[in-house]
Design a protein around this ligand. Sequence first.
Ligand code: ARG
Length: 459
Amino acid sequence: DNMKLWGGRFTKETDKLVYNFNASISFDQKFFRQDIQGSIAHATMLGAQGIISKDDSEKIVAGLKSILEDIESGKLEITDEYEDIHTFVEANLIERIGDAGKRLHTGRSRNDQVALDMKLYTRDEIGNVDEELRELLQVILRIMKENVETYMPGFTHMQKAQPVTVAHHFGAYFEMFKRDRSRLSDIFARMNYCPLGSGALAGTTYPLDREMTARLLGFTGPTLNSMDSVSDRDYLIEFLDALSIIMMHLSRFSEEIIIWNSNEYKFVELDDAYSTGSSIMPQKKNPDIAELVRGKTGRVYGALMSLLTTMKGIPLAYDKDIQEDKELTFDAIDTAKGCISLFKGMIDTMTLNKDIMEASAKHGFTNATDAADYLVRKGVPFRDAHGIIGQLVLYGIEHHKALDDFTLDEYKAVCDVFDDDIYDAISLKTCVEKRLTIGAPGKSAMDAVIAQYEQYLAE
Ligand code: ARG
Protein backbone atom coordinates (compact mmCIF):
# COMPACT_ATOMS: atom_id res chain seq x y z
CA ASP A 1 0.00 0.00 0.00
CA ASN A 2 1.08 3.53 -0.75
CA MET A 3 1.87 5.80 2.15
CA LYS A 4 -0.60 8.68 2.36
CA LEU A 5 -1.21 11.64 4.63
CA TRP A 6 -4.94 11.74 3.96
CA GLY A 7 -6.41 8.21 4.17
CA GLY A 8 -8.93 9.02 6.94
CA ARG A 9 -11.99 10.04 4.95
CA PHE A 10 -11.54 7.44 2.24
CA THR A 11 -13.05 3.94 2.13
CA LYS A 12 -11.45 2.79 -1.07
CA GLU A 13 -7.85 2.53 -2.23
CA THR A 14 -6.78 5.05 -4.88
CA ASP A 15 -6.72 3.56 -8.36
CA LYS A 16 -3.11 2.77 -9.25
CA LEU A 17 -3.12 4.87 -12.41
CA VAL A 18 -4.75 7.76 -10.56
CA TYR A 19 -2.13 7.49 -7.85
CA ASN A 20 0.70 7.63 -10.35
CA PHE A 21 -0.91 10.46 -12.30
CA ASN A 22 -1.24 12.48 -9.11
CA ALA A 23 2.08 11.67 -7.47
CA SER A 24 4.93 14.15 -7.68
CA ILE A 25 7.74 12.42 -5.79
CA SER A 26 9.58 11.46 -8.97
CA PHE A 27 10.38 15.14 -9.47
CA ASP A 28 9.70 17.04 -6.23
CA GLN A 29 12.41 15.00 -4.47
CA LYS A 30 14.69 17.50 -6.15
CA PHE A 31 13.98 19.91 -3.30
CA PHE A 32 14.29 17.52 -0.34
CA ARG A 33 16.83 19.87 1.24
CA GLN A 34 14.53 22.84 1.02
CA ASP A 35 11.59 20.79 2.32
CA ILE A 36 13.58 19.80 5.40
CA GLN A 37 14.96 23.33 5.84
CA GLY A 38 11.39 24.71 5.82
CA SER A 39 10.17 22.07 8.28
CA ILE A 40 13.01 22.85 10.67
CA ALA A 41 12.02 26.52 10.67
CA HIS A 42 8.35 25.64 11.15
CA ALA A 43 9.06 23.24 14.05
CA THR A 44 11.40 25.74 15.69
CA MET A 45 8.69 28.40 15.56
CA LEU A 46 5.99 26.00 16.85
CA GLY A 47 8.22 25.31 19.87
CA ALA A 48 9.02 28.97 20.48
CA GLN A 49 5.32 29.86 20.37
CA GLY A 50 4.38 27.03 22.76
CA ILE A 51 2.13 25.50 20.09
CA ILE A 52 4.06 22.27 20.61
CA SER A 53 6.37 21.53 23.53
CA LYS A 54 10.03 22.59 23.44
CA ASP A 55 10.91 18.94 23.81
CA ASP A 56 8.87 17.86 20.77
CA SER A 57 10.24 20.77 18.78
CA GLU A 58 13.82 19.73 19.54
CA LYS A 59 13.10 16.08 18.72
CA ILE A 60 11.58 17.10 15.40
CA VAL A 61 14.52 19.32 14.47
CA ALA A 62 17.04 16.60 15.39
CA GLY A 63 15.01 14.00 13.49
CA LEU A 64 14.82 16.20 10.40
CA LYS A 65 18.56 16.83 10.51
CA SER A 66 19.24 13.10 10.68
CA ILE A 67 16.95 12.51 7.67
CA LEU A 68 18.85 15.16 5.73
CA GLU A 69 22.18 13.57 6.61
CA ASP A 70 20.98 10.12 5.66
CA ILE A 71 19.61 11.23 2.30
CA GLU A 72 22.81 13.11 1.54
CA SER A 73 25.03 10.18 2.50
CA GLY A 74 22.89 7.77 0.47
CA LYS A 75 21.85 5.78 3.52
CA LEU A 76 18.22 6.77 3.02
CA GLU A 77 16.79 6.38 -0.44
CA ILE A 78 13.80 8.42 -1.62
CA THR A 79 11.34 5.90 -3.06
CA ASP A 80 8.09 6.32 -4.95
CA GLU A 81 5.96 4.52 -2.39
CA TYR A 82 5.27 8.02 -1.10
CA GLU A 83 3.12 10.49 -2.97
CA ASP A 84 5.45 13.44 -2.68
CA ILE A 85 8.58 14.60 -0.89
CA HIS A 86 6.52 16.14 1.92
CA THR A 87 4.91 12.79 2.71
CA PHE A 88 8.22 11.00 2.46
CA VAL A 89 9.93 13.27 4.98
CA GLU A 90 7.01 13.31 7.42
CA ALA A 91 6.53 9.53 7.34
CA ASN A 92 10.25 9.05 7.89
CA LEU A 93 10.25 11.47 10.77
CA ILE A 94 7.40 9.61 12.48
CA GLU A 95 9.26 6.33 11.96
CA ARG A 96 12.31 7.85 13.64
CA ILE A 97 10.89 9.83 16.55
CA GLY A 98 7.34 8.55 16.98
CA ASP A 99 4.51 10.78 18.23
CA ALA A 100 6.50 14.03 18.27
CA GLY A 101 6.86 13.64 14.49
CA LYS A 102 3.08 13.66 14.15
CA ARG A 103 3.03 17.21 15.51
CA LEU A 104 5.24 18.73 12.80
CA HIS A 105 2.38 19.51 10.41
CA THR A 106 0.43 21.52 13.04
CA GLY A 107 -0.77 24.77 11.49
CA ARG A 108 0.61 23.90 8.09
CA SER A 109 -0.72 22.61 4.78
CA ARG A 110 1.14 21.08 1.89
CA ASN A 111 -0.07 24.11 -0.04
CA ASP A 112 2.00 26.61 1.91
CA GLN A 113 4.71 23.97 2.34
CA VAL A 114 5.17 23.41 -1.40
CA ALA A 115 4.92 27.14 -2.09
CA LEU A 116 7.78 27.60 0.36
CA ASP A 117 9.88 24.71 -0.97
CA MET A 118 9.62 25.94 -4.53
CA LYS A 119 10.57 29.45 -3.47
CA LEU A 120 13.56 28.25 -1.47
CA TYR A 121 14.68 26.10 -4.39
CA THR A 122 14.24 28.93 -6.90
CA ARG A 123 16.07 31.37 -4.64
CA ASP A 124 19.09 29.05 -4.55
CA GLU A 125 18.98 28.54 -8.29
CA ILE A 126 18.77 32.27 -9.00
CA GLY A 127 22.05 32.47 -7.11
CA ASN A 128 23.55 29.57 -9.07
CA VAL A 129 22.55 31.00 -12.45
CA ASP A 130 23.95 34.36 -11.39
CA GLU A 131 27.27 32.73 -10.50
CA GLU A 132 27.41 30.97 -13.89
CA LEU A 133 26.82 34.32 -15.58
CA ARG A 134 29.51 35.97 -13.49
CA GLU A 135 32.02 33.34 -14.61
CA LEU A 136 30.97 33.76 -18.24
CA LEU A 137 31.48 37.52 -17.91
CA GLN A 138 34.98 36.92 -16.57
CA VAL A 139 35.86 34.99 -19.72
CA ILE A 140 34.29 37.64 -21.96
CA LEU A 141 36.22 40.37 -20.14
CA ARG A 142 39.49 38.42 -20.51
CA ILE A 143 38.94 38.19 -24.26
CA MET A 144 38.04 41.89 -24.40
CA LYS A 145 41.19 42.95 -22.57
CA GLU A 146 43.35 40.96 -24.98
CA ASN A 147 41.65 42.35 -28.07
CA VAL A 148 41.22 46.09 -27.69
CA GLU A 149 43.20 46.51 -30.91
CA THR A 150 42.07 43.41 -32.78
CA TYR A 151 40.15 44.84 -35.73
CA MET A 152 37.19 43.13 -37.34
CA PRO A 153 34.26 44.18 -39.46
CA GLY A 154 31.12 45.29 -37.65
CA PHE A 155 27.97 44.21 -39.49
CA THR A 156 24.48 45.49 -40.10
CA HIS A 157 22.12 43.38 -42.23
CA MET A 158 24.97 40.82 -42.17
CA GLN A 159 26.81 43.19 -44.51
CA LYS A 160 30.14 44.64 -43.53
CA ALA A 161 29.42 48.10 -42.16
CA GLN A 162 32.20 49.79 -40.19
CA PRO A 163 35.31 48.42 -38.53
CA VAL A 164 35.12 47.60 -34.85
CA THR A 165 37.28 45.53 -32.53
CA VAL A 166 36.83 42.11 -31.01
CA ALA A 167 36.74 43.82 -27.60
CA HIS A 168 33.88 46.00 -28.77
CA HIS A 169 31.92 43.11 -30.27
CA PHE A 170 32.33 40.96 -27.14
CA GLY A 171 31.53 43.98 -25.01
CA ALA A 172 28.03 43.99 -26.51
CA TYR A 173 27.50 40.56 -24.98
CA PHE A 174 29.01 41.71 -21.70
CA GLU A 175 26.23 44.31 -21.53
CA MET A 176 23.55 41.70 -22.30
CA PHE A 177 24.67 39.26 -19.61
CA LYS A 178 25.15 42.12 -17.16
CA ARG A 179 21.50 43.09 -17.71
CA ASP A 180 20.54 39.45 -17.22
CA ARG A 181 22.20 39.46 -13.83
CA SER A 182 20.42 42.62 -12.82
CA ARG A 183 17.12 41.06 -13.93
CA LEU A 184 17.84 38.12 -11.64
CA SER A 185 18.49 40.38 -8.70
CA ASP A 186 15.23 42.28 -9.34
CA ILE A 187 13.33 39.00 -9.34
CA PHE A 188 15.04 37.90 -6.16
CA ALA A 189 14.08 41.09 -4.34
CA ARG A 190 10.46 40.85 -5.47
CA MET A 191 9.98 37.16 -4.67
CA ASN A 192 11.81 37.04 -1.34
CA TYR A 193 8.71 36.92 0.90
CA CYS A 194 7.81 33.83 2.88
CA PRO A 195 4.51 32.00 2.22
CA LEU A 196 4.91 29.61 5.18
CA GLY A 197 2.07 30.04 7.64
CA SER A 198 -0.55 30.68 4.96
CA GLY A 199 -2.03 27.24 5.58
CA ALA A 200 -4.18 25.66 2.92
CA LEU A 201 -5.47 29.07 1.83
CA ALA A 202 -6.92 30.97 4.79
CA GLY A 203 -4.14 31.07 7.36
CA THR A 204 -4.62 29.20 10.59
CA THR A 205 -6.07 29.57 14.08
CA TYR A 206 -2.76 28.65 15.74
CA PRO A 207 -0.72 31.67 16.86
CA LEU A 208 2.03 31.15 14.30
CA ASP A 209 4.88 33.67 14.30
CA ARG A 210 5.25 34.24 10.58
CA GLU A 211 7.83 36.97 11.10
CA MET A 212 10.01 34.44 12.86
CA THR A 213 9.87 31.72 10.18
CA ALA A 214 10.44 34.33 7.49
CA ARG A 215 13.51 35.55 9.35
CA LEU A 216 14.83 32.03 10.05
CA LEU A 217 14.62 31.24 6.35
CA GLY A 218 16.30 34.44 5.19
CA PHE A 219 13.24 36.12 3.71
CA THR A 220 12.64 39.86 3.75
CA GLY A 221 9.34 39.19 5.54
CA PRO A 222 6.13 37.16 5.36
CA THR A 223 3.71 37.41 2.41
CA LEU A 224 0.58 39.43 3.17
CA ASN A 225 -2.27 37.45 1.63
CA SER A 226 -2.60 33.75 2.35
CA MET A 227 -4.71 32.97 -0.74
CA ASP A 228 -2.17 34.63 -3.02
CA SER A 229 0.71 32.97 -1.12
CA VAL A 230 -0.36 29.41 -1.89
CA SER A 231 -1.16 30.07 -5.55
CA ASP A 232 1.41 32.68 -6.61
CA ARG A 233 3.85 31.38 -9.19
CA ASP A 234 4.66 34.80 -10.71
CA TYR A 235 8.23 34.50 -9.53
CA LEU A 236 8.68 31.29 -11.52
CA ILE A 237 7.26 32.93 -14.62
CA GLU A 238 9.63 35.85 -14.10
CA PHE A 239 12.55 33.47 -13.58
CA LEU A 240 11.65 31.49 -16.72
CA ASP A 241 11.41 34.80 -18.54
CA ALA A 242 14.88 35.78 -17.33
CA LEU A 243 16.21 32.35 -18.33
CA SER A 244 14.58 32.73 -21.75
CA ILE A 245 16.29 36.07 -22.27
CA ILE A 246 19.62 34.59 -21.16
CA MET A 247 19.12 31.78 -23.67
CA MET A 248 18.17 34.28 -26.36
CA HIS A 249 21.48 36.08 -25.74
CA LEU A 250 23.43 32.82 -25.75
CA SER A 251 21.65 31.80 -28.92
CA ARG A 252 22.54 35.01 -30.75
CA PHE A 253 26.14 34.61 -29.64
CA SER A 254 26.10 30.95 -30.71
CA GLU A 255 24.76 31.92 -34.12
CA GLU A 256 27.71 34.29 -34.54
CA ILE A 257 30.22 31.69 -33.41
CA ILE A 258 28.74 29.21 -35.91
CA ILE A 259 29.07 31.77 -38.71
CA TRP A 260 32.57 32.82 -37.64
CA ASN A 261 33.66 29.19 -37.40
CA SER A 262 32.35 28.38 -40.90
CA ASN A 263 34.76 27.54 -43.72
CA GLU A 264 33.83 30.80 -45.46
CA TYR A 265 34.53 33.11 -42.52
CA LYS A 266 37.26 31.36 -40.52
CA PHE A 267 37.22 34.23 -38.00
CA VAL A 268 37.54 31.72 -35.17
CA GLU A 269 38.47 28.11 -34.70
CA LEU A 270 36.78 26.11 -31.99
CA ASP A 271 38.97 23.91 -29.85
CA ASP A 272 38.92 20.19 -30.68
CA ALA A 273 37.55 19.53 -27.21
CA TYR A 274 34.49 21.64 -28.05
CA SER A 275 33.85 20.32 -31.55
CA THR A 276 32.56 17.08 -32.97
CA GLY A 277 33.22 15.11 -36.12
CA SER A 278 31.11 13.44 -38.75
CA SER A 279 30.63 9.69 -39.04
CA ILE A 280 30.96 9.88 -42.83
CA MET A 281 32.85 13.09 -43.76
CA PRO A 282 36.38 12.88 -42.37
CA GLN A 283 37.16 16.56 -42.93
CA LYS A 284 34.34 17.85 -40.69
CA LYS A 285 34.74 19.68 -37.43
CA ASN A 286 31.32 20.80 -36.34
CA PRO A 287 30.27 23.49 -33.84
CA ASP A 288 27.71 21.20 -32.18
CA ILE A 289 27.91 22.89 -28.78
CA ALA A 290 26.93 26.27 -30.22
CA GLU A 291 24.18 24.60 -32.25
CA LEU A 292 22.82 22.79 -29.20
CA VAL A 293 22.80 25.98 -27.15
CA ARG A 294 20.88 27.67 -29.99
CA GLY A 295 18.53 24.70 -30.15
CA LYS A 296 17.90 24.35 -26.44
CA THR A 297 16.73 27.96 -26.37
CA GLY A 298 13.42 26.69 -27.77
CA ARG A 299 13.07 24.33 -24.85
CA VAL A 300 13.44 27.11 -22.29
CA TYR A 301 10.97 29.37 -24.16
CA GLY A 302 8.64 26.36 -24.13
CA ALA A 303 8.79 26.16 -20.34
CA LEU A 304 7.86 29.85 -20.06
CA MET A 305 4.90 29.48 -22.43
CA SER A 306 3.85 26.30 -20.69
CA LEU A 307 3.70 27.81 -17.21
CA LEU A 308 2.01 30.99 -18.41
CA THR A 309 -0.65 28.82 -20.02
CA THR A 310 -1.04 26.58 -16.96
CA MET A 311 -1.53 29.56 -14.67
CA LYS A 312 -3.96 31.50 -16.80
CA GLY A 313 -7.11 29.65 -15.79
CA ILE A 314 -6.50 29.00 -12.13
CA PRO A 315 -9.18 30.26 -9.74
CA LEU A 316 -8.02 31.17 -6.24
CA ALA A 317 -6.48 29.57 -4.36
CA TYR A 318 -4.42 26.40 -4.81
CA ASP A 319 -5.43 23.98 -7.56
CA LYS A 320 -3.52 20.86 -8.53
CA ASP A 321 -2.65 22.32 -11.95
CA ILE A 322 0.03 24.26 -10.11
CA GLN A 323 1.97 21.05 -9.50
CA GLU A 324 2.88 21.34 -13.20
CA ASP A 325 5.21 24.22 -12.28
CA LYS A 326 7.99 21.86 -11.27
CA GLU A 327 9.26 19.60 -14.03
CA LEU A 328 9.41 22.32 -16.65
CA THR A 329 11.05 24.80 -14.30
CA PHE A 330 13.64 22.29 -13.16
CA ASP A 331 14.38 21.38 -16.76
CA ALA A 332 14.68 25.01 -17.83
CA ILE A 333 17.03 25.84 -14.94
CA ASP A 334 19.28 22.85 -15.56
CA THR A 335 19.27 23.48 -19.31
CA ALA A 336 20.20 27.15 -18.93
CA LYS A 337 22.92 26.50 -16.37
CA GLY A 338 24.43 23.77 -18.55
CA CYS A 339 24.34 26.01 -21.61
CA ILE A 340 25.99 28.97 -19.88
CA SER A 341 28.73 26.76 -18.53
CA LEU A 342 29.47 24.97 -21.81
CA PHE A 343 29.30 28.18 -23.80
CA LYS A 344 31.83 29.71 -21.42
CA GLY A 345 34.23 26.80 -21.94
CA MET A 346 33.75 26.99 -25.70
CA ILE A 347 34.66 30.66 -26.06
CA ASP A 348 37.39 30.38 -23.45
CA THR A 349 39.21 27.79 -25.59
CA MET A 350 38.48 29.06 -29.09
CA THR A 351 41.21 30.65 -31.21
CA LEU A 352 40.69 34.03 -32.86
CA ASN A 353 42.12 34.26 -36.37
CA LYS A 354 43.03 37.90 -35.96
CA ASP A 355 44.67 38.31 -39.38
CA ILE A 356 41.61 37.00 -41.16
CA MET A 357 39.32 39.25 -39.14
CA GLU A 358 41.46 42.27 -39.88
CA ALA A 359 41.76 41.47 -43.59
CA SER A 360 37.99 41.05 -43.74
CA ALA A 361 37.49 44.48 -42.19
CA LYS A 362 39.90 45.97 -44.69
CA HIS A 363 38.40 44.37 -47.77
CA GLY A 364 34.77 45.08 -47.11
CA PHE A 365 34.97 48.86 -47.65
CA THR A 366 34.20 49.25 -43.94
CA ASN A 367 36.17 52.49 -44.07
CA ALA A 368 33.91 54.05 -46.71
CA THR A 369 32.13 56.25 -44.13
CA ASP A 370 35.49 57.52 -42.94
CA ALA A 371 36.58 58.26 -46.50
CA ALA A 372 33.43 60.35 -46.93
CA ASP A 373 34.12 62.12 -43.63
CA TYR A 374 37.64 62.88 -44.94
CA LEU A 375 36.13 64.78 -47.86
CA VAL A 376 33.73 66.56 -45.51
CA ARG A 377 36.70 67.78 -43.47
CA LYS A 378 38.12 69.16 -46.73
CA GLY A 379 34.92 71.15 -47.32
CA VAL A 380 32.90 68.78 -49.52
CA PRO A 381 29.20 68.57 -48.45
CA PHE A 382 28.44 65.13 -46.94
CA ARG A 383 25.83 64.18 -49.56
CA ASP A 384 28.33 64.86 -52.38
CA ALA A 385 31.08 63.03 -50.49
CA HIS A 386 28.75 60.01 -50.11
CA GLY A 387 28.29 59.94 -53.92
CA ILE A 388 32.01 60.29 -54.65
CA ILE A 389 32.96 57.45 -52.31
CA GLY A 390 30.14 55.36 -53.77
CA GLN A 391 31.75 55.70 -57.19
CA LEU A 392 35.13 54.72 -55.76
CA VAL A 393 33.62 51.66 -54.05
CA LEU A 394 32.11 50.57 -57.36
CA TYR A 395 35.50 51.02 -59.01
CA GLY A 396 37.12 48.99 -56.21
CA ILE A 397 34.61 46.15 -56.57
CA GLU A 398 35.25 46.02 -60.32
CA HIS A 399 39.03 46.03 -59.87
CA HIS A 400 39.12 43.84 -56.71
CA LYS A 401 40.82 46.59 -54.71
CA ALA A 402 40.33 47.93 -51.20
CA LEU A 403 40.10 51.71 -50.75
CA ASP A 404 43.49 51.51 -49.01
CA ASP A 405 45.06 50.06 -52.17
CA PHE A 406 44.07 52.77 -54.68
CA THR A 407 46.82 54.99 -56.04
CA LEU A 408 46.43 58.70 -55.47
CA ASP A 409 45.82 59.06 -59.23
CA GLU A 410 42.94 56.66 -59.00
CA TYR A 411 41.49 58.81 -56.19
CA LYS A 412 42.06 62.05 -58.02
CA ALA A 413 40.43 60.69 -61.17
CA VAL A 414 37.13 60.77 -59.27
CA CYS A 415 37.71 63.87 -57.12
CA ASP A 416 40.80 66.09 -56.97
CA VAL A 417 40.24 67.05 -53.31
CA PHE A 418 42.02 63.82 -52.34
CA ASP A 419 45.58 64.09 -51.08
CA ASP A 420 48.33 61.92 -49.59
CA ASP A 421 46.74 62.10 -46.14
CA ILE A 422 43.79 59.99 -47.34
CA TYR A 423 45.69 56.76 -46.56
CA ASP A 424 46.16 57.60 -42.95
CA ALA A 425 42.60 58.92 -42.67
CA ILE A 426 41.07 55.62 -43.77
CA SER A 427 43.45 53.13 -42.23
CA LEU A 428 41.67 50.60 -40.04
CA LYS A 429 43.51 51.90 -37.05
CA THR A 430 42.38 55.45 -37.67
CA CYS A 431 38.80 54.40 -38.39
CA VAL A 432 38.54 52.62 -35.07
CA GLU A 433 40.72 54.87 -32.94
CA LYS A 434 38.88 58.04 -33.90
CA ARG A 435 35.63 56.62 -32.55
CA LEU A 436 35.92 57.81 -28.99
CA THR A 437 32.38 58.60 -27.91
CA ILE A 438 31.29 56.72 -24.78
CA GLY A 439 30.54 53.15 -25.81
CA ALA A 440 32.50 53.37 -29.09
CA PRO A 441 35.35 51.00 -30.06
CA GLY A 442 38.28 53.50 -29.95
CA LYS A 443 40.98 52.40 -27.54
CA SER A 444 40.63 55.04 -24.85
CA ALA A 445 36.82 54.73 -24.88
CA MET A 446 37.13 50.95 -24.68
CA ASP A 447 39.72 51.09 -21.90
CA ALA A 448 37.39 53.24 -19.82
CA VAL A 449 34.55 50.75 -20.22
CA ILE A 450 36.82 47.80 -19.45
CA ALA A 451 37.89 49.52 -16.23
CA GLN A 452 34.21 49.81 -15.24
CA TYR A 453 33.62 46.14 -16.05
CA GLU A 454 36.57 45.09 -13.92
CA GLN A 455 35.18 47.03 -11.02
CA TYR A 456 31.72 45.55 -11.60
CA LEU A 457 33.07 41.99 -11.50
CA ALA A 458 35.16 42.70 -8.40
CA GLU A 459 32.06 43.77 -6.44
N1 ARG B 1 2.63 18.01 -4.97
C1 ARG B 1 1.84 19.17 -4.74
C2 ARG B 1 2.33 20.30 -5.63
O1 ARG B 1 3.36 20.18 -6.11
C3 ARG B 1 1.96 19.57 -3.30
C4 ARG B 1 0.77 20.30 -2.78
C5 ARG B 1 -0.30 19.34 -2.56
N2 ARG B 1 -1.45 19.98 -2.10
C6 ARG B 1 -2.63 19.43 -2.26
N3 ARG B 1 -3.64 20.06 -1.83
N4 ARG B 1 -2.76 18.28 -2.84
O2 ARG B 1 1.64 21.27 -5.86
